[in-house]
Design a protein around this ligand. Structure first.
Ligand SMILES: Nc1ncnc2c1ncn2[C@@H]1O[C@H](COP(=O)(O)OP(=O)(O)OP(=O)(O)O)[C@@H](O)[C@H]1O
Ligand SMILES: [Mg+2]
Length: 400
């Protein structure tokens, strides 16, 4: 007999209505057990099929199937198949444990419910190309669960859960799971590298690198605004790919809140300006200073195109260095006294991604090697550097 507890948090997750659920947790939180509860909580209808996917067949066989064996031992209307790792019910319904390592054997049937356990260790295409289509005809549901492994697929799914309809995501530490005593966790903390500890026990997305927005922390900075002030401005970064604009509202105390982003692939400044006008026309724009005399795509300069669409361009003559820009951005995120000067709406996923993932190069500037990244961070920081520059401490001589 297995005595599983269902506390308030676990109940909320299981009974939440979202079709896709993403659960990011530290080790030993109780992920595998909760996933089994998720798969079995409703009665099996005739001929339906529910799957529990683990990164490898072996893991399924060693960790998950023994629990099922224990649960269904002595059940007359359920037949266990040891090599298929499945339970077949009298009404034709099937509950199976599957290894995602042999993914081509998974194709071709219809599923009503799936769990992807330790998702960070399952190849990403298994979800998009194999499991998702199998759930399509039944409008089936899926739970993604696991401990993070850097900024991986679990991160992208978690972010979807924070912003998209039908999706929901949660994040918990090992301690919150309630199955590992605090003393044990403290022991691990003393003996482990802090990045690995945060990932494994706090279920936190970590990089070992050198983050450009080092003061950014999703827990602190991501929130919905209670109100939007009347002062709005855009930050813009021009590129052919990923032309990017981010919209800020500025409160009377100088705090900023970014709450809308536009990201266009293969576009031009004209198209970007039109999209911006639909959301917030005739406001100030803080663009890339380099767009003063050139355009990415037209004979008019980028700045002139934005002006022609009714925006007010704010730009300095000198081009601030990356280092100055990052310093201003980080101070706005959190100053030395711990004041938070800027927040971001969870739906601005590209801006958040940049704030979390952009790295610095060896000279302390922005690492531009990944073309998917940096555009939103650039867009938001031109305005911040312009409005809140770091003043250089230069010695002044006093004339008597
Ligand atoms: N709901 C629950 N009720 C009672 N005990 C539980 C429950 N969930 C987990 N446990 C206990 O905690 C142990 C770990 O649970 P589980 O294997 O689900 O954690 P996990 O997060 O998948 O761990 P890992 O990170 O190692 O994969 C279980 O063996 C069980 O003893
Ligand atoms: Mg597990």
């Amino acid at each position: 007999m297995i005595d599983w507890q269902l506390n308030k948090v676990r109940r909320e997750i299981l009974f939440d209505e979202s079709r896709f659920k993403v659960l990011v947790c530290g080790r030993r939180w109780g992920k595998t057990v909760l996933s089994l509860m998720y798969l079995m909580k409703d009665a099996f209808k005739a001929n339906e099929r529910r799957w529990f996917l683990t990164p490898t067949y072996r893991q399924g066989k060693m960790i998950v199937f023994p629990i099922l064996r224990q649960m269904f031992a002595g059940f007359n209307n359920a037949k266990l198949n040891e090599s298929e790792l499945s339970v077949m019910f009298e009404n034709g319904a099937e509950l199976s444990v599957k290894g995602a390592d042999n993914e081509n054997n998974l194709r071709g049937v219809e599923l009503t419910k799936a769990v992807m356990d330790e998702m960070a260790y399952i190849k990403p295409h298994v979800w998009e190309e194999i499991i998702m289509p199998m759930l399509a005809t039944t409008q089936g549901e899926c739970l993604f669960i696991g401990t993070p492994n850097g900024y991986d697929v679990m991160y992208d799914l978690y972010m979807k859960g924070q912003s998209e309809p039908e999706w929901k995501s949660w994040q918990f530490t090992t301690l919150e799971g309630g199955f590992v005593p605090e003393a044990e966790i403290n022991l691990a903390k003393r003996t482990m590298d802090s990045v690995v500890f945060k990932q494994e026990f706090e279920g936190s997305f970590e990089t070992t690198g050198n983050r450009a927005a080092w003061n950014f922390d999703r827990q602190t900075h991501c929130k919905k605004a209670e109100e939007i002030s009347s002062k709005l401005w855009w930050g813009v970064d021009h590129n052919v790919d990923y032309n990017t604009a981010v919209l800020a509202t500025e409160y009377t105390d100088g705090t900023l809140h970014f709450y809308h982003e536009i990201r266009q692939k293969n576009s031009n400044t004209e198209e970007l300006a039109i999209a911006m006008k639909k959301v917030a026309p005739k406001v100030e724009v803080y663009p890339d200073p380099a767009g003063k005399s050139r355009s990415t795509t037209s004979r008019r300069s980028d700045h002139q195109i934005l002006r022609d669409h009714g925006f007010l361009i704010r730009v300095k003559n000198r081009h601030p260095s990356h280092v100055d820009r990052l310093n201003s951005l980080n101070r706005k995120l959190k100053d030395a006294e711990g004041n938070i000067g800027m927040t971001v709406d969870p739906k601005c996923i590209y801006l958040i991604k940049d704030l979390e993932q952009c790295q610095r190069d060896r000279r302390g500037g922005l690492d531009k090697t990944n073309i998917e990244l940096t555009h939103a961070l650039d867009a938001c920081s031109y305005g911040i550097e312009y409005k809140y520059p770091i003043r250089k401490m230069t010695g002044a001589t006093i004339k008597w």
